[in-house]
Design a protein around this ligand. Structure first.
Ligand SMILES: Nc1ncnc2c1ncn2[C@@H]1O[C@H](COP(=O)(O)OP(=O)(O)OP(=O)(O)O)[C@@H](O)[C@H]1O
Ligand SMILES: [Mg+2]
Length: 653
């Protein structure tokens, strides 16, 4: 006596086979489809299985493949029962079947079943083209052929779709998966068939999916809303569920749409447009604010110039100057965030900058131990020294704030390429990069904080301690340099910031020279061009106090007029960059046409992206950021004027 499982969706065939086999003294189990067969096979280990090839809920072919992966069933002798096997191009041996009987009239089929059972020899497979018995039923063959061609057409269509397609039973068991679905879910077809669809998802999503399936089965096709994707195998996936019901069986078709990439692009776009909007606002504020500070700074400088240090107002004025410097720091953060402060880009050595900045920082924060692992062969970067320094200091200060009782600050640099930056939110431009990581052993951040740290004005620090601009400006500055900034942090486990900057093939230049601590006088003629009255006013007085002769223009057009008339006298032009009607860039070009040798010092509260860069590239001699103090201005002027000394080179005061 053998234990025999018969799997066929035709009740008549099941009945016929059962009668036939029971009469022979065998024990018979039956299943109406592949899925039920799998369920039976969970607990039963039959000796022989007759299986129909074309059935709903996992075809005979797939069923065989699944079974052949179950070690317990390795001796199961599989006999295909089919009307179409002869037309099937697939080699039946590949399916793991042992024999095949063509369906036909019952009396003939009974003979074939007896014949096959008689010569049953478990564990051997055979060449099925030869072995198929009962091919005499021609009509059935024709019908079957047609059926198969239609089926194949759909199979090819489904297989070539980029969307994942699943068919599931009302109990959510998977009975079909196309190749896209299989690769999206990231497992094998054999593992997928028969498994529970809902269990593919994490706890968070399961309840929702259960609900969607419930709704779908009650008829209307359900979709997940666009903003509510589910997570499947680490990807963002939208589900589209449609019920399929015919008399024979009910199932659901699920279309899986992988929107991971789209979501990523959307997030990037949103971030970019947020930056853009707030950046414009921040840039505008910074510009007006810098002009205002310029007025205050200029007046304070003028008053201090003629004042003895013992004067009762002396300290007060110094304190105003300090406040102006704090204000200027704030605006420079805003400018950094707005990406409008990238003025003097030079090839620099990031290691040197890291060393200098961390030395300065370490002297102020003795409770923090600084460790440095700087790559010796580090490529240079093209950057604004002052801005990158600002980024470093922001990161160091944050690290110190996160380690109130002291701790370790670990700074590492190395060369890398875009290849190593895969899988991040951004798509790095191909090329070489240098990466700096700043790690602290501080309190770390939870996910909610981490998501917002680059937002301007986001701070978790008490009023007066943090403005929430440090990282926003770091972000803007790094972006402005074509780089990327990343954070990795866990609450209670410290924080690592990674900064990627494009590498340059150029040789590093030494950092800018320090401003001297005294005023350098001059006697040349300066044309000051600025649209803001307070700046012109205080600018004139400052320049005159230094000994210069001053001409004033209120806008670009006037500047050109005045220059034309006083060409021979004017030694240098102090030119504001942002002015209504004709901006500094255009004025610069026009005046250069008149006199290619004229010296121009650019002056600005901020620069429209890249504009200062461009003008400097066109040969402009220098740049000074408002609000500047009198010493800084005197130094820059003297530096430019004496670079190519004219015939009446004045003596330095
Ligand atoms: N190394 C760090 N460890 C833990 N939390 C940090 C770290 N760096 C930043 N943060 C968090 O990010 C927030 C924003 O930082 P950001 O530098 O932008 O502003 P801030 O430090 O609060 O103020 P500001 O830098 O303008 O003085 C901080 O308030 C803090 O919550
Ligand atoms: Mg900060």
């Amino acid at each position: 006596m053998k234990k025999i499982l018969v799997v066929d969706n035709h009740p008549l065939i099941l009945q016929f086979m059962t009668n036939l086999l029971v009469k022979e003294g065998h024990q018979v189990l039956t299943a109406q489809d592949g899925l039920s067969a799998l369920d039976i096979l969970k607990t039963e280990t039959p000796d022989i299985m007759f299986v129909d090839l074309i059935m709903p809920n996992i075809s005979g072919e797939k069923l065989c493949q699944v079974i052949r992966r179950i070690p317990r069933l390795k001796d199961l002798y599989i006999i295909i029962l089919s009307a179409v096997a002869a037309e099937h191009e697939v080699n039946l041996a590949e399916m793991g079947a042992n024999a095949c009987i063509a369906k036909g009239p019952f009396n003939k089929m009974a003979r074939h079943v007896h014949a096959v059972l008689d010569q049953l020899d478990p564990g051997t497979s055979c060449d099925f083209k030869e072995e198929i018995v009962g091919l005499e039923d021609i009509t059935a063959r024709h019908v079957a052929k047609e059926l198969l061609s239609i089926r194949r057409h759909f199979e090819v269509t489904l297989a070539s779709m980029s969307e994942g397609i699943l068919e599931i039973t009302p109990e959510a068991r998977i009975v079909y998966a196309n190749p896209s679905a299989i690769s999206l879910i990231g497992t094998s077809e054999e593992n997928l068939l028969g498994s529970n669809f809902i269990e593919l998802f994490g706890e968070m999503d399961r309840q929702r999916i259960q609900y969607l399936l419930g709704a779908a089965i009650r008829s209307t096709p359900e979709k997940t809303a666009d903003d509510a994707s589910v997570t499947l195998n680490g990807k963002d996936v939208l589900l589209n569920i449609s019920p399929v019901a015919d008399e024979a069986h009910a199932s659901m078709i699920i279309i899986l749409n992988d929107v991971t990439q789209r979501k990523r692009l959307e997030a990037q776009f949103q971030q970019a447009s947020k930056m853009e909007t707030i950046g414009t606002l921040a840039g505008g504020i910074a510009h007006d604010f810098n002009n205002l500070l310029m007025g205050i700074q200029g007046n304070v400088s003028l008053m201090l110039m003629n004042m003895d240090a013992t004067h009762s107002y002396y300290e007060r004025l110094r304190s105003i100057e300090k406040q102006v410097q704090s204000g200027a720091k704030l605006t420079s953060h805003l400018l950094g965030y707005a990406r409008k402060g990238r003025y003097e880009v030079k090839p620099i050595d990031l290691n040197q900058l890291v060393e200098e900045a961390s030395d300065t920082f370490g002297r102020a924060k003795k409770e923090i131990t600084i460790h440095r692992e700087l790559a010796e062969d580090l490529l240079t970067i093209e950057a604004d020294h002052g801005q990158i320094e600002q980024v470093l200091l922001n990161l160091f200060v944050n690290a110190a704030d996160a380690m109130p009782g002291g701790g370790d600050l670990i700074l590492k640099t190395k060369n890398t390429t875009h290849e190593d930056m895969r899988g991040k939110l951004y798509d790095p431009k191909p090329g070489n990069y240098v990466v700096l990581t700043v790690t602290d052993t501080g309190m770390g951040m939870d996910q909610q904080t981490r998501m917002r740290i680059f937002d301007p004005f986001f701070t978790t620090k008490e009023m007066g301690r943090g403005t929430g601009l440090g990282l926003a400006s770091a972000y803007g500055i790094i972006k402005g340099h074509g780089g990327y900034i990343d954070v990795d942090s866990k609450k209670g486990h410290g924080t690592t910031f990674s900064i990627y900057l494009p590498a340059s093939g150029k040789k590093a230049q030494k950092a800018a020279v320090q401003t001297p601590d005294h005023i350098i006088r001059g006697t040349e003629t300066v044309l000051l061009v600025d649209d803001e009255e307070p700046v012109r006013q205080v600018g004139r007085e400052l320049l005159e106090a230094m000994g210069y002769r001053v001409l004033i223009a209120r806008d670009g057009k006037e500047a050109i007029e005045i220059y034309k008339q006083n060409q021979d006298e004017i030694d240098i032009i102090l030119l504001d960059m942002v002015m209504p009607k004709m901006g500094g860039g255009e004025v610069y070009d026009r005046i250069k046409e008149i006199n290619p040798d004229i010296k121009v010092l650019l002056l600005s509260g901020y620069s429209i992206e890249g504009e200062a860069d461009e003008i400097l590239d066109r040969g402009c001699n220098g740049f000074i950021q408002k609000p500047f103090d009198i010493k800084e201005l005197s130094y820059k002027l003297r530096d430019l004027l004496s670079k190519d000394p004219g015939p009446e080179d004045p003596a330095l005061a």
